[in-house]
Design a protein around this ligand. Structure first.
Ligand code: SF4
Ligand code: SF4
Length: 558
């Protein structure tokens, strides 16, 4: 492999790579604002100027190709001087409102100002003022004064979403970002401009002023909004999820996620009004408009479920597995249905809406239908529905789903004699249940989902219910944790009385005298790896942070 020298260090590169790319691959960051690995090169911010031996003037590292034996300095006195000069220009008209800016703590301009600026301004004149608090679209707010005109947001709309909605207007120091006349920034992927904006010019209307980044913990997770399974980060303060942001995975979502996934897949976790916060049981003889459901202890709810199971023959009991739930939850449910109850009546409800788009969004709005296929759990069919309508199946156990998407739901729910729901939130059918067991959400547990590409990916607990499971490496820390954080997510805030579904099902199995001996979710996965051939040899460690393809042994490390 050819090499060049950066500040005396020999760096390998592939022909065609620029200095900034090769340095990045070697783990060295050269300061940059306008360059982004997912966008074309614009070369307009100039902060990546480096000194190249034998070149008469500074070269921008983002647009200069590395060549064999080239000698580059990013930290020589000349390179430092060039960077300082660029920073001085960029800061002349910047409002320097970091104390009230949402970007503070994750702002490249702020970081580089600390790192590379001289610390004082020679500019005494009045700064140029521009418009502030402009609603660019339903989800993004613009502060024109903070913009450093890097053009990342413009290029993103043109090149990634292929929907040009942003442009520059005016010239010189009056230049500003605007939407094209009559347009809004309202594409389904509009919120990615918030992260690619290197400063606080573009902020989230949903998240604005909700927390400072250093007050939050960050947990690597997976979006549950569709079968893509975009890699994301869950940001939590005081046990409440504040926002989701995309996490780079070049095989799944590159650097992006959609606005739907960002905004619609975490608020139900925080929602104290709709979360099931205790096991609930309908008292005998009270029919249901919901009033008959009473909070009870876990042991009482489990005892009631067991007595209901005993009232029916195996073929009169049905199970609804869930493509919203983890592989581990579904595996344990299936094992329970087959081994303890002795029924093959187990299906799941597909949730297909619309069509796949040409970027990320999938028509399958669930994160784990591929996982169910690997467990050989089939989608619900006419035969199963007939059994429900004809009262051949009289008792139904529903994991983390609702029958409300089915045709003839009303008839089906009337035909069912006993329904047990294991769910995190109440929904329309909940009042018809005999027993409701509060299930932990995807943001509170460990587990795995398999996306439409057949890639298995891990989720981890980001918020803590009363019973939280922590596996090695699960701790996600905020910056302040290092100094004794006031953001202890394991003790602060509301903690729902929910449990992982596999754990509750295992408890029920124990009462039936069976040994479902799992101490934690990883034990369940290890059993799956032994019993389901397609997962042979896999482990949580191998899946890591970027997932691996099921059945191929391919691992991609972070
Ligand atoms: S708004 Fe942000 S991303 Fe867009 S040009 Fe300005 S600084 Fe760059
Ligand atoms: S594309 Fe799907 S997985 Fe990705 S963020 Fe959107 S809803 Fe979530």
């Amino acid at each position: 492999m050819p090499t060049f020298f950066l500040d005396g260090k020999e760096i390998e590169f592939t022909p065609g790579q620029t200095i900034i790319q090769a340095a990045k691959n070697a783990g060295i960051e050269i300061a940059h604002f306008c360059w982004h690995p997912g966008l074309s090169v614009a070369g307009n911010c100039r902060v990546c100027l480096v000194e190249v031996e034998k070149a008469p003037k500074g070269m921008i590292a983002c647009a200069t190709q590395a060549t064999e034996g080239m000698v580059v300095y990013a930290n020589s006195p000349k390179a430092v001087h060039m960077r300082n000069a660029v920073m001085e220009f960029l800061l002349i008209n910047h409002p320097l409102d970091c104390p009230i800016c949402d970007e503070a703590g994750e702002c490249k301009l702020q970081d580089y100002a600390y790192k590379y600026s001289v610390g004082k301004s020679r500019f005494d004149e009045e700064k140029v003022h521009k418009d502030k608090r402009i609603e660019l679209g339903p989800n993004v707010m613009l502060d024109q004064e903070r913009c450093i005109c890097c053009s990342r947001c413009v290029r993103y709309c043109e090149e990634v979403v292929k929907n040009p909605q942003l442009t520059f207007v005016n010239r010189t120091e009056k230049v500003a970002i605007e939407t094209f006349p009559g347009k809004q920034l309202d594409n389904p992927y509009s919120m990615n401009v918030i992260e690619i904006c290197p400063v606080g010019a573009l902020t989230s209307r949903d998240y604005r002023f909700k927390a400072r980044v250093w007050d939050m913990s960050q947990t690597k997770s997976i979006c549950i909004g569709c079968a893509r399974g975009c890699n994301d980060v869950i940001w939590v303060r005081d046990n409440i999820i504040k926002r989701l942001t995309p996490r780079e995975n070049m095989d799944v979502n590159e650097y992006w996620m959609c606005d739907y996934g960002r905004l619609n897949t975490f608020k139900f976790v925080n929602n104290e009004e709709t979360r099931v916060n205790n096991p609930m049981m309908r008292e005998e003889g009270i029919d249901s408009d919901g009033a008959g459901l009473k909070p009870v202890e876990w042991d009482d709810a489990i005892a009631r479920i067991i007595s209901e199971f005993k009232n029916y023959r195996a073929d009169e009991i049905g199970f609804i597995a869930s493509p919203y739930s983890t592989l581990e939850d579904n595996y344990v449910l299936q094992r329970f249905a087959k081994e303890i109850i002795g029924t093959e009546n187990i299906v799941y409800l597909p949730h297909i809406e619309g069509e796949d788009d040409n970027l990320l969004l999938r028509a399958d709005k669930t994160p784990n239908s591929t996982g169910l296929k690997h467990l050989c759990i089939n989608p619900i069919d006419a035969k199963f529905i007939d059994k429900l309508l004809n009262k051949q199946i009289k008792m139904i156990y529903i994991l983390n789903d609702s029958l409300s998407g089915l045709e003839r739901t009303e008839e089906i729910s009337k035909a069912i004699e006993v329904a047990v729901l294991q769910t995190s939130n109440f929904y329309e059918m909940s009042h018809k249940a005999s027993v409701i067991l509060p299930a932990s959400t995807y943001a509170e547990i460990n587990g795995t989902f398999i996306n439409f590409q057949n890639r298995i990916q891990r989720i981890r607990p980001a918020v803590a219910p009363l019973e939280v499971e922590r596996l090695p490496g699960d701790f996600s820390v905020s910056r302040l944790d290092k100094f004794g954080s006031h953001n202890d997510k394991w003790t602060k805030g509301t903690r729902f009385n929910s449990r992982p579904a596999w754990k509750v099902i295992s408890q029920i199995a124990h009462v039936f005298g069976s040994s479902f001996d799992y101490e934690n979710t990883e034990d369940v996965f290890d059993e799956i790896a032994v019993k389901v051939p397609v997962f042979a040899g896999m482990s949580y460690e191998m899946i890591g942070e970027q997932g691996m393809l099921v059945g191929t042994g391919e691992t991609i490390t972070a």
